[in-house]
Design a protein around this ligand. Structure first.
Ligand SMILES: [Zn+2]
Length: 338
C-alpha cells in the first residue's frame, strides 16, 4: 500500500517536473495525444517556430506553416508517419517564421488557413506582393536562402470567429480572442485533449516581439484564452508547457506595463535610462521572459520602448548600439521582421 502511494507520488512529481521544466527538445517530434503532435522549432539556429499537426481520418492539419526550411523539415517528419495528405496549414499570424512556409505546404496539396486579419496584416506589410514596393518578404529574402527560393503565399481560407475541423474522433477549433502579438493571432484548440496551440500570443521563453503588438489588448486576449483552461499549452516558441504558460505570459505584460506606467511621465531620454531598473524589477518574477544572455533574440529595451510609445506616443531618442546589434542578430536569423 505504502509502495503504491510512493509510486503515485513519484509519478505525480515526474509529471509535474515534465511540465514545469520540460527539457528543450528542439527538432524532435512529440506525440501529445493519439494523432496530435508537437515539434519544437530551432529558433536560435534557424529562426523556426514550433509546429503542431493533427492526423484526421482523411488528412493532416498542420498548425503553423513555419519558414520554408522549417516547413520542409516538418513535412518530411509527417510523411514518415502517415501517407495521409496534408490538406490545411494554419498560420497563427502573418510573421515570416509562421507563414512564409505556406508555399511549401501549397506545393504539397495544402491550403493555407488563417484568421482574416492575417491576410489584412499581409496586405499592410507585404507591399512587394500587394503594393509594389519591396516589403517584409523581400527584406527577409536578403538574409534567408529558403525565403529567396520560395514565394509568398497568403492564406486564402479565412475565418472570423471560429473554424472547426472534426471527423468524429478528433476535433480542432481555430479560435480568435482579439489583438495580441498581432491583429490576427489565431489559436488552435483541441477541446477533448485540452491542448491549446497559441502561436506567438504565448511563448515560453524570452521571445516576445512587440513590433506589431498592442500590449494592453494582448493582456485582454490572454485573459480570454485562459477561460479555455488548457492542460497543455503548445507555445509559438520555446518548450511545451501547461496552462501556467498563459498565466505567466499574461503576468509578464501586466507587470511590464505597470513598471513602464509608473514612469510614463518621464521624458524619453530619462525613460530610456530607466530600462535597466525596469529589467531588474521584473527579472526575478519573469526570468522566463527576460533573456540573460549577451545576444538576446529580442532586446528588452525594445519591449520597454514599445510599451512607452503605446502609453505616451513618444519614441526613445536613440537606439543604443547594443540594441542595434540585437536587431541585426534578429534579422540575421530571420526572426520577426519589422
Ligand atoms: Zn510572431
Amino acid at each position: 500500500m505504502r509502495r503504491i502511494a510512493l509510486l503515485v507520488l513519484i509519478t505525480g512529481a515526474l509529471v509535474a517536473t515534465w511540465f514545469q521544466q520540460p527539457a528543450t527538445q528542439v527538432n524532435t517530434v512529440r506525440e501529445l495525444a493519439p494523432g496530435v503532435f508537437f515539434h519544437e522549432g530551432d529558433l536560435r539556429g534557424s529562426g523556426h517556430c514550433n509546429t503542431g499537426w493533427v492526423i484526421f481520418d482523411d488528412y493532416v492539419l498542420v498548425l503553423d506553416a513555419n519558414f520554408p526550411s522549417g516547413a520542409q523539415m516538418v513535412l518530411a517528419k509527417i510523411k514518415a508517419q502517415t501517407n495521409k495528405p496534408v490538406r490545411f496549414a494554419f498560420d497563427t499570424h502573418h510573421h515570416g517564421d509562421h507563414a512564409y512556409g505556406n508555399q511549401i505546404w501549397a506545393d504539397n496539396g495544402a491550403v493555407p488557413v488563417a484568421h482574416e486579419n492575417v491576410l489584412a496584416e499581409m496586405q499592410k506589410y507585404e507591399t512587394g506582393l500587394f503594393g509594389g514596393k519591396p516589403g517584409r518578404w523581400e527584406a527577409e529574402a536578403k538574409s534567408r536562402e529558403d525565403v529567396r527560393a520560395s514565394k509568398l503565399k497568403p492564406p486564402s481560407l479565412l475565418y472570423r470567429d471560429l473554424m472547426i475541423f472534426d471527423d468524429g474522433k478528433r476535433r480542432v477549433e481555430l479560435r480568435y480572442f482579439g489583438v495580441a502579438h498581432t491583429r490576427g493571432d489565431g489559436f488552435a484548440w483541441l477541446p477533448k485533449e485540452r491542448i491549446l496551440f497559441t502561436g506567438d500570443a504565448a511563448v515560453n521563453g524570452p521571445f516576445n516581439f512587440l513590433g506589431d503588438a498592442d500590449s494592453a489588448a494582448w493582456v485582454e486576449t490572454l485573459t480570454a484564452a485562459q477561460t479555455l483552461a488548457p492542460s497543455v499549452v503548445a507555445p509559438g516558441h520555446g518548450p511545451l508547457g501547461d496552462g501556467r504558460v498563459l498565466a505567466a505570459q499574461r503576468q509578464f505584460f501586466v507587470d511590464l506595463r505597470a513598471e513602464v506606467g509608473k514612469r510614463k511621465g518621464l521624458p524619453p531620454d530619462r525613460m530610456q535610462a530607466e530600462v535597466p531598473a525596469i529589467r531588474t524589477a521584473l527579472l526575478e518574477r519573469h526570468a522566463t521572459y527576460i533573456d540573460p544572455g549577451p545576444a538576446p533574440i529580442i532586446g528588452f529595451e525594445s519591449q520597454v520602448a514599445t510599451v512607452y510609445r503605446e502609453m505616451t506616443g513618444q519614441e526613445f531618442p536613440k537606439k543604443a548600439s547594443q540594441e542595434a546589434a540585437r536587431i541585426t542578430h534578429q534579422q540575421h536569423h530571420g526572426i520577426e521582421p519589422r
